[in-house]
Design a binder for this molecule. Structure first.
Ligand code: PEP
Ligand code: MN
Length: 336
């Protein structure tokens, strides 16, 4: 960390900054310049919390050299991490994983059909929400425990590992009993208490990017999981909020190659929530593989027009099968 002082900063102000650095357990090294003094911070192992220094008189700017994430970074762990969900492997040299299923678990028939379609088409994991983070309280909130059981039943019937969202710490025991992977949704990406608890578990995690989270915040959220000991983390880009309203969100595909430079964790893309439009899902799914995604998660419903949630962005069984054929061709072309 480098602290840049104002050009008229008095020597007492510089001394106060040096004392604050010392109080944090580090050493400050003044670097006098012709216009102003900068102070280098030495001895830190990683990101330094600058809150005790930021507001001190005479401080103009603080430049962080270390990132707020360390365990997640490539510097710390140069080899790609492979996340194994009951034999389905994300990351490294593994073929990208296609996850599909409905937004919400609704009925036994819907889930069994969805699982069959996913399996027949070559999808490798089944998704479905039992606890749904809906924008308004009058929308369908999910089936809860009953939904978890239906998801498990459908996954078992087709031998597909399953992933479902957890919103609260109190749901963890129950969800862990039924699900092979825990999804932390966009709205909970910075629910730090939830991240800490999930970090203590021995369960793979699908961490979705918050809709207004920077890449640094996204990786710092993953750092919470790794810091507690859970390294089985797959990141998921699902679109971010921008001024654009023609699509539900704006799919930030550049995050995929950038995250791969910065981190060893696998990253998948969810083009369904990113676009909100069924017609755009296949092409953006293909684009995701081209930019290097380790997988794609799409919403698929046996009868999307009757879906209780996100029907407009859900493929039907036929649409999903057609997409899988195209994705297989893209993967073969890419040699992944
Ligand atoms: C979901 O995948 O079901 C979901 C709610 O997505 P997100 O958290 O990205 O909005
Ligand atoms: Mn959805």
């Amino acid at each position: 960390m480098l602290i840049v002082m104002n050009h008229e900063a008095a020597s007492e102000q510089i001394d106060a900054v040096l004392a604050a650095i010392k109080a944090l357990g580090y050493r400050g090294e003044p670097i006098p310049g012709s216009m102003r003094t900068a102070i280098g911070v030495l001895g830190n192992q990683g990101y330094v919390d600058d809150s005790s220094i930021r507001e001190l008189p005479g401080v103009r700017e603080i430049l962080h050299v270390s990132k707020p994430y360390k365990l997640v970074s490539r510097d710390f762990h140069p080899q790609p991490t492979v996340v194994d969900v009951c034999g389905v492997r994300f990351g490294g040299q593994n073929r990208p994983v296609i996850i599909a299923g409905p937004c919400s678990i609704e009925t036994e028939e819907q889930m069994m059909q969805a699982a069959r379609r996913v399996k027949q088409a070559g999808g490798r994991m089944l998704r479905g929400g039992a606890f749904k983070p809906r924008t308004g309280p009058h929308s369908f909130q999910g089936l809860g425990l009953e939904g978890l059981k239906l998801l498990r039943q459908a996954g078992d019937a087709e031998k597909l590992p399953v992933v479902t969202e957890v919103m609260r710490i109190e749901q963890l025991d129950q969800i862990c009993r039924y699900s092979d992977m825990l999804q932390i949704g966009a709205r909970n990406m910075q629910n730090f208490d939830l991240l800490k608890e999930v970090g203590k578990l021995d369960k793979p995690v699908l961490l979705k990017r918050g809709m207004s989270a920077t890449i640094e915040e996204f990786l710092a959220a993953a750092e919470y999981l790794l810091a507690e000991g859970n390294g089985q983390v797959v990141l998921c880009e699902r679109g971010i909020r921008t001024f654009e309203t023609a699509t539900r969100n704006t799919l930030d595909l550049s995050v995929v190659p950038l995250v791969k430079e910065l981190s060893h964790l696998p990253i998948v893309v969810d083009p369904s929530h990113a676009t909100g439009k069924r017609s755009l899902v296949p092409i953006m799914a293909k684009a995701s593989l081209v930019v290097g995604a380790d997988g794609v998660m799409v919403e698929m419903h046996p009868d999307p027009d009757k879906a209780l949630c996100d029907g407009a962005q859900s493929l039907d069984g036929k649409g999903f099968a057609a997409l899988m054929t195209e994705l297989d061709a893209v993967m073969d072309f890419l040699g992944v």
